[in-house]
Design a protein around this ligand. Sequence first.
Ligand code: PRP
Length: 209
Amino acid sequence: MDSRVAPDDVDASESEVSGLAGHVEAYEKDIEHVLISEREIQDTLKRLGAQITEDYRGKDLVLVGVLKGAFMVMSDLSRHVRLPLEFDFMAVSSYGAATQTSGVVRILKDLDHEIEGRDVLLVEDIVDSGLTLKYLLRMLAERRPGSLEVFALLQKTDVQQVPLQIRYVGFEIPPVFVVGYGLDFAERFRNLPYVATLKPEAYRDVVGG
Ligand code: PRP
């Protein structure tokens, strides 16, 4: 079964960059480039939400969000899924305050409900090395869901350390550190409605680079 949905091309024009970077004035000095605009994100979520609606009609859908980063995509995506569904959340941590993935996955919060026999769609904001996802998929599969698939808003190219089947991918992005739309640096920038890169000096002090 390969109904994988092709990701969109990533291309933000200069006018979008200048027009959107001011969303949070205090962040503006740290933002280097808007990689994916709010409009591109919302259009893609609408398209993939419609696809999920078709794919899961008549199923017992549970959206499992991986906190914290996925809270925003869970909220917007779910409004485009025109089906009865339930939400559950897990919280994991792999980055801490640094900008490189550590490969160490800590479970901070487990699911509230059983998923045995249910159709689970795991929702991630970003797949980087893939180590977090690999760990979560193995853990969730042991609970015998009826089906288990993955939605990732962002997938970094050329850095995935393990082969993973991701059924829905919003955007493939280059292997750069990004913030916004749920993604943070040291817990900031999550409330930006777009995905952006940071100027090196924005995190130099914290990571000691
Ligand atoms: C991010 C992201 C994924 C993971 C991806 O979470 O939400 O869960 O890293 O990295 P990987 O593919 O290299 O494993 P993070 O640990 O930053 O936590 P957060 O969502 O709470 O910010």
